[in-house]
Design a protein around this ligand. Structure first.
Ligand SMILES: C[S@@+](CC[C@H](N)C(=O)[O-])C[C@H]1O[C@@H](n2cnc3c(N)ncnc32)[C@H](O)[C@@H]1O
Ligand SMILES: [Zn+2]
Length: 281
C-alpha cells in the first residue's frame, strides 16, 4: 500500500463537528470546511488547540527517541509477540486501534505478523505520531487524545493500549459490539532493580485494574523475564520514563557507572469484550 492510501481510506472524523473527513489534495476536510493538513510523514493533527492542556502534550521528542532506541534493542519483543497472539485470536482481519501508540513499535510488529489487520494509531504527542507515521507507512496515524477519539462509533474490532491512558466511554463508543480491548500495564516488579537503585523508598507497581465500565473482563495474563542491559540502554530506559526527572541524582550517576545491569521486565495484560449487539426482534 502506498503512503497516503491509508489516509485516503481512513475513518477520521472532524474533531470540531464530528463529521466525516474527506481527502482533498494534502488536507482532510469536513462538510463544514474545517480543514486539517496531512503532514509529509502521512499523519494528520486532529487535536484542536483548545483541547491541549500544555503547548506540547504527551511525551517529549527526547522520550520518543529513547523509546525507539529501547524498542530497536528488542527489549519488549516478548510482549509484542504476546500482543500479536491476542490480536490474532480476536481480530486477525479487523480494524485495530493503538491508543497512545508512541513511536509505533507494536504496530510494526503487528504489520509483520498479521498483514491483514488494518492498523490505526493515535497519540497526543506529535513527535511520537510523526515518528510512527514515518516508519510504519501502511498504518494510519493522527495526533489525538484518548479522551476524544476522532473515529466513528462502532468502527473498531479491537483496541489496545500499552502503558498509555484510555477513556472507558470512548472505548465503548468506538468498539463494535463484541469487539475486544487489550490493556497492558506494568507488572508489580517491572524494572524494580532500577527503581531500587534510584529511589530510597522504591515500591512495586500496583496491580493492573480488572474492571472497566461498559466492558467485560474475559482473560488476564502476566509476562515476566530478565534482560541484561548495557549502560546506554539503561540510560535510554531512564530517559523514556518519569525516572528521567525523579530519583536521587547521586544514585543515578553511580548507577550509570556500572558496565551493565540485569533488569526484570514484568507486564500484566487484560482482555475485555464489549457486549455483543442484541439481534433486532
Ligand atoms: C509510556 S508511553 C507508551 C508508548 C507506546 N504504547 C509504547 O509502549 O511504546 C505513553 C504514551 O501515551 C501518550 N499519551 C499520554 N496521554 C495521552 C492521551 N490522553 N491520549 C493519547 N495519548 C496519550 C504519550 O504521549 C506516550 O506516547
Ligand atoms: Zn468539521
Amino acid at each position: 500500500m502506498k503512503t497516503g492510501d491509508r489516509i485516503q481510506n481512513s475513518m477520521w472524523l472532524c474533531p470540531i463537528c464530528q463529521a466525516a473527513l474527506q481527502r482533498q489534495a494534502n488536507s482532510l476536510i469536513c462538510e463544514s470546511r474545517h480543514s486539517f493538513d496531512i503532514a509529509k510523514e502521512g499523519y494528520v493533527n486532529l487535536l484542536p488547540p483548545n483541547k491541549k492542556r500544555t503547548a506540547e502534550p504527551g511525551d517529549r521528542a527526547s522520550m520518543v527517541a529513547a523509546r525507539r532506541e529501547i524498542h530497536n534493542a528488542a527489549l519488549y519483543m516478548p510482549l509484542a509477540d504476546q500482543l500479536c497472539s491476542l490480536v490474532s485470536e480476536n481480530a486477525p482481519h479487523g480494524e485495530v486501534l493503538d491508543i497512545g501508540c508512541g513511536e509505533g513499535y507494536y504496530d510494526g510488529h503487528i504489520n509483520t505478523q498479521l498483514p491483514h489487520v488494518n492498523l490505526t494509531g493515535i497519540d497526543i504527542a506529535k513527535p511520537a505520531v510523526r515518528s510512527a507515521a514515518k516508519k510504519y507507512k501502511s498504518n494510519s496515524y493522527a495526533v489525538a487524545s484518548s479522551n476524544a477519539l476522532p473515529l466513528p462509533a462502532q468502527s473498531i474490532d479491537l483496541c489496545f493500549s500499552i502503558f498509555a491512558p484510555t477513556n472507558s466511554d470512548e472505548l465503548s463508543r468506538v468498539l463494535k459490539g463484541g469487539g475486544a480491548y487489550i490493556e497492558v500495564g506494568p507488572g508489580p516488579s517491572h524494572l524494580y532493580q532500577l527503581r531500587e537503585a534510584l529511589y530510597s523508598n522504591a515500591h512495586e507497581h500496583k496491580p493492573l485494574r480488572t474492571e472497566i465500565a461498559g466492558l467485560q473482563l474475559v482473560e488476564t495474563g502476566d509476562l515476566d523475564y530478565l534482560n541484561d542491559l548495557t549502560t546506554p540502554l539503561v540510560r535510554a530506559i531512564i530517559e523514556a520514563t518519569p525516572m528521567a526527572h525523579r530519583g536521587d541524582p547521586n544514585m543515578k550517576s553511580s548507577l550509570l557507572e556500572r558496565p551493565s545491569m540485569q533488569l526484570t521486565f514484568a507486564f500484566s495484560w487484560r482482555l475485555y469484550q464489549k457486549p455483543p449487539d442484541q439481534p433486532v426482534e
